[in-house]
Design a protein around this ligand. Structure first.
Ligand code: HEC
Ligand code: HEC
Length: 220
């Protein structure tokens, strides 16, 4: 009985492998990642290693050790093949434009790397808490009560507005995991122990952090 069960399980696994050619596992993706020297600029092992501003400035790209909690899978796979600038300015610069020269991956490599990056998660992100929603309270916080829009671009009816010093939040609804946005505001030390963005935990109530996260998660 036991034996039959195991055999049929193996059968199912084989079938799955045959049915989805080119779908790699995280380990293959990690090989592609290192093979392409992605780790020259990105670190993939948590917890965060930056302790001082000098540590942050020494980084050549954003940390990816919680990529699986931060990004939406479909967005990630697409972006790796067509990496449009996210930060209006060059990484770690407050004056130069983003050169838009991020390395590109082919479809198969992007698929494999996506499997690897999506396997890197943080247990500080609780699933199913934030539902994307265009809520007036979130809007009021984002554009009026707090300086969010002074640093971040966000979509408007016509195109977009906002500051250029931070990652653009245009398209955040497709790019970011809504629950990560909330965790990012709340868990100030976990994701960015050294950061340029002010700390809002303690300034905004928990309810307000949830409202503004739902609002950002709705950005088209
Ligand atoms: C020369 C340094 C460098 C190399 C090499 C590099 N990256 Fe990047 N990466 C960056 C920078 C800088 C950004 C920020 C780009 C932006 O904001 O538009 C970035 C952004 C990213 C992001 C989005 C992260 C975020 O938080 O916005 C992912 C995912 C990523 N890179 C994956 C990769 C992969 C996979 C490779 C290997 C194929 C790679 N990178 C190679 C510098 C690099
Ligand atoms: C003084 C400028 C500034 C203000 C004000 C600010 N941010 Fe940020 N924000 C940043 C910067 C810079 C980053 C990139 C990470 C870092 O270095 O802190 C960031 C990162 C983020 C991210 C993650 C984006 C990504 O792709 O990695 C989110 C979400 C975010 N901010 C939301 C907000 C919200 C919501 C507010 C208002 C409550 C806000 N920010 C106010 C500068 C700012």
């Amino acid at each position: 009985m036991m034996r039959r069960c195991v055999t049929s399980l193996i059968g199912v696994a084989l079938l799955a492998a045959v049915a989805t050619p080119g779908r790699a596992d995280p380990a293959t993706g990690e090989q592609v990642f290192t093979g392409n020297k992605c780790n020259d600029c990105h670190y993939t092992q948590g917890p965060a290693t930056e302790k001082t501003i000098a540590d942050q400035l020494a980084k050549k790209g954003p940390e990816l050790w919680y990529a699986g909690s931060k990004f939406q899978k479909a967005w990630l796979e697409g972006w790796l093949q067509n990496p449009e600038p996210i930060r209006p300015l060059k990484y770690n610069s407050l004056s130069d434009d983003n050169p838009g020269d991020h390395p590109k991956l082919s479809g198969a490599d992007a698929g494999a790397v996506t499997e690897f990056l999506m396997s890197l998660t943080s247990d500080k992100v609780e699933a199913g808490v934030i539902k994307p929603k265009k809520n007036p309270k979130g809007r009021l916080i984002f554009v009026k009560k707090m300086p969010c829009s002074g640093c971040h671009q966000f979509p408007t009816k016509k195109k977009f507005k906002g500051g250029r010093s931070a990652p653009s939040l245009v398209g955040a609804g497709k790019r970011l995991n809504p629950d990560w946005i909330y965790a990012y505001l709340k868990e100030t030390k976990t994701f960015k122990p050294v950061r340029m963005m002010p700390v809002f935990a303690g300034v905004l109530s928990d309810k307000d952090m949830k409202a503004v996260s739902a609002y950002v998660a709705y950005f088209k």
